[in-house]
Each structure stands twice: as structure tokens, then as C-alpha cells.
Design a protein around this ligand. Structure first.
Ligand SMILES: [Fe+2]
Length: 312
């Protein structure tokens, strides 16, 4: 559910896929080819960005977006973090519920004024270096195609609903926006140090599937949760997964599932806690991690600070 990150599946040891026409080799362990049209008649640039194919959306596509937006918005109050709820109307020019797929150019006018970020369209998953580079430039890659009606409830790959609805509201928050740029710069450094896998786990367990304590309750801030009706309820209220206070090395050791609900969620007290925690140079952490074993997605350690699910 995240763009640019090599999907990790602890049950798979397949070779990475290659998009030969673009020389892409970093899609990670997956038996499926990356979804999306990477040719676009030569319109995809070297940095993997392209124009949003707005004319290509059908009325059925717009209807899928409208229905996804309506269902998810109704579930968010009291479950999403306050910052997300506050910023969500900024996706829609009128501030009302979306009836059409938004135009990136329209959002960009408001987003740039708020935090200096811009959305850029991409045809699908992109390699990690391209992804980190865009983030470091305050350019957020958004897949421009939308799922089929048959995938209404669940999709593995990031589509426009996941990327836009799930990720973009928090880009209007100045502190979070700075954090994501720093993550991009940190990702480029991790790539040089051979530590992308460890850093991608932290991204997965925070930006994609993070929980936060707010108003005395567990809330969600991760885009993979906020763009999924089923996972939103599962992450906050199910007895099945474990919820653990975020500890950097613990998260970076923990593998994750890409094709099912998470078995472990990491919880922060506040965004400032997350940003303070991730501010130091990670080089010593990567060195430490080389001597530590990986953990399964459902591993439980004695030192974990566990938290109870919400009652509703
Ligand atoms: Fe994502």
C-alpha cells in the first residue's frame, strides 16, 4: 500500500520483478508484475512522473471514488487523528464531499500554499530511489488510476484512493510535511548504506499503518488504515492484532504482510514524539540492526509495551 517501497512478504522468496522498458528492478519480492501503464506513449518522464490522465477516467471511475470517499469519511470521525479530519476537506475544492476524482493541479494550489508540497502523478509503484528523491523534493507521487468496482473493498497495490485520500491530508500539516521530506532524504541515505529494508519497515509501521493516542483514545494516522474501511476497524478494535508502543529498532526489525491486515501495530503518543524519535542520524541504528535478528510480523517480545484495543 505504499508507493516506491519494495513490497515485503515474509512468505515469499521470489526474485524481484523487472519492468524491462524502464529498467526497474527494485519492486521487491512479489510474484506479480507492477500494475499500471508505464509506457503512456512515452509520456512518463525519467523521474517516473507523468500527467494525471484525467480524461481517461470513466463515469464508473468517478462513481467508485465517490462511493469510497463517502464510506470512508463516515467511518473516520473519532477514529482518524484530528489532523487528518481537519485537513480532509482540503482535497475537495468546494470543501464538500467529493463527487468526482480530484484534479491534482487543483489540490496543488492549496497544498503548495499550506506546506510547499506538490502532488505528482505516477503510473503505479515506482522504484525506491525515485520515490525517496521525489519526497526529498517535497513532491508526493500519487498513482492516477483507480481500482475496479470488484476491488471496492480491498486492493493490494496503491491506487489513487489510497495515495490521495490516505496520504495527502496529512501533507497539509506543516510538521508532518517536514517529516515526510526528511524521510525522503533519509531514504536516499539508507539506500547508500544498504538499509532500505529496515527503513521501509519503519515507514510501513508509521506512515502506512501507524496508530496514535489522542484524546485518550487510539486513533489512526497511517494511510493504509485510513483508506481501508475494514482495516480501520480491525486496527483499532479487533482483539486479533497486537498494539505496541513504537520503539525504533523494534519496528525496523519486524517484517510485515502486504496482502492481509497487519498482525502488529505500533502506537505513538504524539507526532512530535515520532519526529523527535526519527530526527537522529540512523547510521548507528543500521549498524546495530546488522547484529539483531529479524522478527516475524506477529512476534511478541517481553519488553513490548502492549496496549488494549478500543471498545468500539
Ligand atoms: Fe501508501
Amino acid at each position: 500500500m505504499k508507493n516506491g517501497q519494495p513490497p515485503e512478504d515474509e512468505n515469499s522468496d521470489q526474485d524481484p520483478h523487472t519492468v524491462e522498458s524502464l529498467g526497474v528492478t527494485s519492486y521487491g519480492a512479489s510474484t506479480r508484475a507492477p500494475r499500471g501503464d508505464y509506457s503512456r506513449n512515452g509520456q512518463v518522464k525519467a523521474d517516473y512522473t507523468c500527467a494525471q490522465d484525467y480524461a481517461g477516467y470513466t463515469e464508473a471511475d468517478h462513481d467508485t471514488y465517490r462511493r469510497l470517499h463517502a464510506r470512508q469519511s463516515a467511518l473516520l470521525v473519532g477514529r482518524a487523528c484530528d489532523e487528518f479530519i481537519t485537513a480532509l476537506p482540503a482535497l475537495d475544492q468546494s470543501g464538500r464531499a467529493a463527487h468526482r476524482i480530484p484534479r491534482f493541479d487543483d489540490i496543488n494550489e492549496r497544498l503548495f500554499k499550506a506546506t510547499g508540497w506538490q502532488l505528482v502523478a505516477v503510473p503505479g509503484l515506482i522504484p525506491e530511489v525515485a520515490f525517496f528523491t521525489l519526497l526529498s523534493q517535497r513532491r508526493f507521487p500519487v498513482t492516477d488510476w483507480i481500482r475496479t468496482p470488484q476491488e471496492f473493498d480491498y486492493i493490494v497495490e496503491p491506487d489513487i484512493f489510497h495515495d490521495l485520500f490516505g496520504h495527502v491530508p496529512l501533507l497539509f500539516n506543516p510538521v508532518f510535511a517536514d517529516h515526510l521530506q526528511a524521510y525522503g532524504a533519509g531514504g536516499l541515505k539508507a539506500h547508500r548504506l544498504g538499509a532500505c529494508e529496515q527503513l521501509s519497515r519503519l515507514y510501513w509501521y508509521t506512515i502506512e499503518f501507524g496508530l496514535i493516542q489522542q484524546q485518550g483514545q487510539l486513533r489512526a494516522y497511517g494511510a493504509g488504515i485510513l483508506s481501508s474501511s475494514g482495516e480501520l476497524v480491525h486496527a483499532l478494535s479487533s482483539q486479533a492484532p497486537q498494539r505496541i508502543a513504537l520503539a525504533l529498532l523494534r519496528a525496523m526489525r519486524t517484517r510485515y504482510k502486504i496482502d492481509s491486515y497487519q498482525q502488529t501495530y505500533f502506537v505513538i503518543d504524539s507526532f512530535s514524539q515520532l519526529f523527535d524519535m526519527t530526527a537522529p542520524d540512523f547510521t548507528p541504528f543500521y549498524r546495530q540492526l546488522k547484529n539483531m535478528s529479524e522478527l516475524a510480523a506477529d512476534a511478541s517480545l517481553a519488553e513490548d509495551e502492549r496496549m488494549s484495543p478500543r471498545l468500539n
